[in-house]
Write a protein that binds this ligand. Structure first.
Ligand SMILES: [Zn+2]
Length: 555
């Protein structure tokens, strides 16, 4: 058993499960699963994967060619669907379960389109889930911050999280998406947002304070400015540093997502390099930051993000088809198909940046494995990434096939660190559950949710450094996945398909502040919105399995 939160590292142990929870002792007549010679871990917890909502669905519509070759027939247990880079909702749930994942967070939902996000999440079986509404370009948020009304901004965001049933605050290219709507772009953290007296730095700091006032379980979740631009590693470090000293120094106060896309050195496309060593050095010296990889895999995938400005740049670079969507006064998004190629110099550097980050950041509790699904590749490629993390030999095999100039420029060939199974358990479940503040996930102690993954591999007999192919094969198809105490996957096949829960956060603010903000909102909704305020907020009963987390705000 690998249960790093309870300091269990490859020990032989029993787990007892009753009524969906891990309990003490076995009762008579219990079903026994013999997992001798196998690996047992808590169910996987994905902190950042675009699986539902307006832009995901737009991506499905934009790309019939993506799914036509990957069709799942219905069975007596499962529904039909299509897969590849943007699977349909049901297929998403089944494929995660087969990997041993039981919890997934959708990391970017436009406020006004979050009802749609939840409708898709309610159609995604097995996994527990939640979503992060977008605030970094939202007019209300920026206006409150510009006027220095941080407490009202906090009450507004609390209202919005309750209205949209959101879990955490997402910030994407703060101010930059708003600028893009006016045909402008921002560089770095200190350009002024058009029509506002405010900079990205001030937006990030303001929302970080709000996050702390509201006592949200997760930190702010940030996609930085300048994503994919040459030399952007400095913006990533500046973004981390912009909130240093806000809150408790020893506790994370910012999560920077898919850092691979924002970890580039260089001054032109032909000399782009990896900024992973500089970023890892910053993370190693500062406890207030967590990151996820956003690893790419070489494949044809679909990029999608609220960062509409970036998608326009990728459309120009690639010449592929492109979709843009501005979402009223709140945010935007774009979708562009993209193929990552081994022989392409920049793509090969990107592949190296993600792995260098994971290998150079010393503390696995602060770097998590993601592909920013489907941006760097789809989530079914996780076993391949795990084999790269666990085996220098696996990396060497891939390095031999990438662009030669990129290979010579990367530090990756010299890195000999190899992750242990315990570290893999941290970067795929224990660490992510901790970062999300999900106390009953990511571990197998008494009281934990009975979400368990069993993989048919014996760590006493298999050396992951040498036998990386066996590890990859075992992780692709869990021997058992148990969700909420029910066996949902057996020998890599679905056997049951219960629906999971949707987590959302209700942060209660003082009555006076709440009614003040609600009356402000009523005015702006009437004046500027295409939707009535009363039609905007979702009722708790609109979620199939609502799981509310109550916290008390400081305002
Ligand atoms: Zn993302």
């Amino acid at each position: 058993m690998y249960d790093p939160l309870n300091r269990i590292e490859g020990e032989k142990a029993d787990i007892s499960i009753r009524d969906g929870k891990v309990v003490e002792g076995v009762s008579d007549g219990a079903t026994i699963i013999d997992a001798s010679g196998m690996i047992v871990m808590p169910g996987g917890v994905d902190i950042h994967s675009h699986i539902a909502g307006a832009k995901v669905n737009a991506g499905r519509i934009l790309r019939p060619e993506d799914h036509e070759k990957d069709v799942e027939k219905h069975t007596s247990i499962t529904r039909a669907g299509t897969g590849h880079s943007i699977p349909t909702t049901y297929t998403t749930g089944y494929r995660y379960a087969k990997l041993g994942y039981t919890t997934v967070f959708e990391p970017a939902t436009p406020l006004m389109k979050t009802r749609h996000t939840h409708e898709e999440l309610d159609d995604t079986p097995i996994v527990d889930k939640g979503c992060f509404p977008l605030f970094g370009n939202d007019w209300h948020t920026i206006e409150y911050l510009q006027q220095g009304r941080v407490e009202e901004c906090a009450a507004y965001i609390a209202w919005m999280l309750r209205a949209t049933k959101g879990y955490a605050i997402k910030i994407v290219n703060p101010g930059g998406v708003e600028a893009w709507k006016w045909g402008r772009s921002l560089v770095g953290l200190d350009d002024r947002v058009p029509n506002f007296e405010l900079t990205p730095r001030e937006i990030i700091r303001g929302i970080c304070k709000v996050n702390q006032l509201l006592h949200l379980p997760h930190t702010i979740h940030v996609h930085t400015n300048d994503l994919a631009k040459i030399g952007n590693y400095q913006t990533t470090i500046d973004t981390m540093d912009s909130v240093r000293g806000l809150g408790n120094e020893n506790k994370p106060s910012i999560h920077i997502t898919h850092v691979q896309f924002t970890g580039r050195t260089g001054s032109a496309w032909h000399n782009v390099g990896s900024g992973a060593p500089e970023i890892a050095d910053y993370v190693n010296k500062h406890d207030h930051v967590t990151v996820d990889m956003g690893q790419i895999v070489f494949m044809n995938t679909t990029t999608m993000t609220a960062d509409g400005a970036f998608q326009y740049m990728l459309y120009q670079l690639s010449g592929n088809k492109w979709l843009n969507s501005d979402v009223e006064v709140e945010t935007g998004s774009g979708v562009v198909p993209y193929r990552y190629r081994r022989n392409n110099y920049v793509n090969a550097i990107q592949w190296g940046i993600g792995l260098e980050l994971a290998l150079l950041i010393k503390d696995p509790w602060r770097v998590y494995m993601t592909t920013d699904h489907p941006n760097g590749g789809d989530f079914t490629k996780y076993p391949k990434i795990i084999s790269w993390l666990m085996s220098r030999k696996a990396r060497e095999k891939s390095l031999a096939r990438i662009n030669r100039i990129a290979r010579n420029k990367l530090d990756l060939p010299d890195l000999d660190r190899e992750y242990s199974f315990s570290e893999i358990a941290v970067v795929t479940r224990a660490g992510t559950a901790k970062a999300l503040g999900l106390k009953e996930k990511g571990h197998l102690g008494v009281g934990a949710d009975a979400d368990v993954a069993v993989y048919n591999i014996d760590p006493r007999k298999v050396d992951p450094s040498r036998d990386f192919r066996l590890v990859r094969k075992a992780l692709k198809k869990a021997a058992f996945t148990i969700k909420g105490g029910r066996i949902v996957v057996k020998n890599g096949e679905m056997v049951e398909t219960p629906m999971g829960r949707t987590y959302w956060v209700d942060s209660s603010v003082s009555e006076g502040l709440r009614s003040k903000v609600e009356s402000d909102l009523r005015t702006t909704f009437t004046k500027y919105y295409s939707v009535q305020m009363d039609n905007y907020a979702m009722a708790d009963s609109e979620l199939a399995h609502s799981s509310r987390i109550n916290v008390k705000a400081d305002v």
